[in-house]
Design a protein around this ligand. Structure first.
Ligand code: HEM
Length: 451
C-alpha cells in the first residue's frame, strides 16, 4: 500500500506535478526573481503590480485545503523538498535548528559563499556555536538597548536631521534620500564615523551580493571577495569607539570564529532593515491615529537618550510581518527526522514561506490590516508562525539592534513632523493592505507639526 496524506508518522504526501509547478511558479520564482541576497528594484516593482505575495498566499491556501496541513513534498526531481503548511510545524522546525534542522543548505552556501564562506548562517556544529556566540555578543542579541545605544542614537539623530532638513526644503521624502541617509547610518553604526562616506565598500559588497543572487550559477569572484574582505578587515581593525566594530573587538573569538566574515551579513542585513523602516513610515502615514499616538508618546521623552519605543517597534514589526524581508526560511534535515505526523529523509530541504503564515486570512483576523497592537498584547507571540526575524536558537541575532535603530530613526522623523503618502498605492484604515509594496516607489509629503 502506498502512503497517503492521512497515514500517521509516514513519509510526506507529494504534491502533483501541476501543483508543484504552481508553487514554484507563483511562490518560489517571484521570491527568487526579486533577489534573495540583494533586491532587484525593477523586479520588486513588477511584483507589486502582480500583487505577488497575495498570489503566494492563495496558492498555499489551496494546497492546504487539497492536501492537509502536514508537510507537503514537492515533486522536484533530484532533491527531497517539503513545504511547511502548519504553524505548529513552523515552530518545530525553528525550535529544532540547527539539529536536526540545519540552517546551512547547499542553496545558501551557494549564495553566501560568494562573500562570507565562514558566516554563521552557513555554519554547523562547533563552528556555528562559536560564531553564534561572537554574533550575539557583538550585537547584544538579548538586550532591547544595545550597550552602545547612546552613540548609536546620536548617529541616527544626526543623519535624520540632515534628511529632515532636505525634506523641509523640498517638502518631499523619497527612497533616494531616505536610502542614502540609512546607508550612512549603517556604515557609521557598523564600522565607525570614518566609514560614513565609504560608498565604495557598500558598492563592492553589492557586486558580490548580485553574484550571490545567482547562487552556484554564478562563477566565484575571488579577487573581488579578497579586495572586499581586506578593506573590511582594515576598517574593523580601527575598532572605532561606539561602533559595532568596537563591540566586535571585545567579543569572544577563537581560531574558528573568522570575525571579519561575520560582518558582511551585518552590512547586508541592514538593507532590508532600511526598507522595513521606510515601509513602516508608509503604514504610519496611512494610519493617522497611530501616527498621532506615536507623536504623543514621543512628546514627553528626551530625544537624545536611547529609548525602548514600543509603538514604533511594533510598527516596524508590522512592516516585516506584512512584507517579510526574508520571505523564505530554509532548513535541511541532518538525519531522518520526524516533523509532526511525517518522517522526512535526511537532506530534505524544508521550506517555510513566511508571507503565507503572516497573511493567512483563513486563520488570522488581522491578516491584511495594520495591527501593531498584536506585538504588544501577546497575540503575535501566541501565534507560532509570525516569524519575520525567524525564531528559536538561530533567530536573527540582530533583531533588537534593528528595532532600536529603526524606531529611533522613525522617532526623529515623526517627533516634530507629520508625513503623508503621496505615491500609490494609498494605504488607509479599512483598506486591505496590498500583498506586496514596492518601497522604492514610496513618496511622502513632510510638514512640520504645529506646536
Ligand atoms: C529587517 C531587518 C532584518 C530581518 C527581518 C532579519 C531577519 C532574519 C532572519 C529571518 C534570519 C534567519 C534566516 C535563516 O535562518 O535562514 C536572520 C538571520 C540572521 N540575521 Fe537578521 N534580519 C534583519 C537584520 C539583521 C541585521 C541588521 C543584522 C546584523 C547587524 C542581522 C544579523 C543576522 C545574523 C548574523 C543571522 C544569522 C543567524 C544564525 O544563523 O544563527 N540581521 N535574520
Amino acid at each position: 500500500m502506498g502512503h497517503t496524506a492521512s497515514d500517521p508518522a509516514t513519509t510526506a504526501a507529494t504534491a502533483s506535478a501541476l501543483d508543484t509547478a504552481l508553487v514554484l511558479g507563483t511562490a518560489l520564482a517571484p521570491v527568487v526573481a526579486r533577489g534573495v541576497i540583494i533586491r532587484r528594484p525593477r523586479a520588486v516593482a513588477l511584483a507589486e503590480k502582480a500583487d505577488a505575495d497575495r498570489l503566494l498566499v492563495r496558492t498555499l491556501q489551496r494546497l492546504r485545503s487539497r492536501y492537509g496541513t502536514a508537510p507537503l513534498r514537492l515533486a522536484v526531481p533530484g532533491r527531497s523538498v517539503v513545504l511547511v503548511l502548519d504553524d505548529a510545524d513552523v515552530h518545530r522546525v525553528l525550535a529544532g535548528s540547527p539539529e536536526p534542522f540545519a540552517t546551512t543548505t547547499p542553496e545558501k552556501r551557494g549564495a553566501l559563499g560568494h562573500f562570507q564562506p565562514h558566516g554563521v548562517l552557513i555554519s554547523h556544529g562547533a563552528d556555528r556555536a562559536d560564531r553564534r556566540r561572537f554574533n550575539e555578543s557583538a550585537l547584544d542579541t538579548d538586550r532591547p538597548l544595545h550597550h552602545l545605544a547612546e552613540p548609536m542614537v546620536a548617529v541616527v539623530r544626526e543623519e535624520a536631521h540632515a534628511l529632515l532638513a532636505e525634506a523641509d526644503r523640498t517638502g518631499v521624502l523619497d527612497w533616494d534620500a531616505f536610502g542614502k541617509a540609512w546607508m550612512r547610518i549603517v556604515r557609521r553604526v557598523a564600522l565607525g564615523d570614518s566609514a560614513r562616506d565609504d560608498r565604495e565598500l557598500t558598492e563592492l559588497l553589492a557586486r558580490l551580493r548580485a553574484a550571490g543572487n545567482w547562487s552556484f550559477a554564478h562563477p566565484r569572484r575571488r579577487d573581488l571577495r579578497e579586495e572586499f574582505l581586506q578593506r573590511l578587515r582594515q576598517q574593523l581593525e580601527k575598532a572605532e569607539p561606539g561602533s559595532l566594530a568596537a563591540a566586535a573587538a571585545d567579543a569572544p573569538t577563537s581560531p574558528r570564529t573568522h570575525p571579519v566574515e561575520q560582518v558582511p551579513q551585518w552590512l547586508f542585513a541592514f538593507d532590508p532593515a532600511g526598507l522595513a523602516a521606510f515601509r513602516a513610515l508608509a503604514l504610519l502615514a496611512g494610519h493617522p491615529a497611530e501616527q498621532r499616538a506615536v507623536a504623543d508618546d514621543l512628546a514627553d521623552r528626551d530625544p537624545s537618550r536611547p529609548h525602548d519605543l514600543p509603538l514604533l517597534r511594533a510598527a516596524v514589526l508590522e512592516s516585516v510581518r506584512l512584507w517579510p524581508t526574508t520571505p523564505a526560511i530554509l532548513r535541511e534535515t541532518t538525519t531522518t527526522t520526524r516533523l509532526g505526523e511525517r518522517v522526512l529523509p535526511a537532506k530534505t530541504l524544508v521550506v517555510v514561506l513566511t508571507p503565507f503564515f503572516h497573511r493567512d486570512d483563513e486563520r488570522l483576523p488581522y491578516a491584511d490590516r495594520f495591527a501593531p497592537a498584536i506585538w504588544q498584547d501577546g497575540s503575535a507571540r501566541e501565534s507560532l508562525s509570525l516569524v519575520p526575524f525567524s525564531a528559536g536558537p538561530a533567530v536573527c541575532p540582530g533583531q533588537n539592534l534593528v528595532l532600536l535603530l529603526t524606531s529611533t530613526l522613525l522617532a526623529a522623523l515623526l517627533q516634530h513632523h507629520e508625513v503623508a503618502l503621496t505615491s500609490r498605492p494609498r494605504l488607509y484604515p479599512g483598506r486591505r493592505i496590498p500583498g506586496t509594496l514596492n518601497p522604492y516607489g514610496l513618496r511622502f509629503s513632510v510638514a512640520r507639526r504645529p506646536s
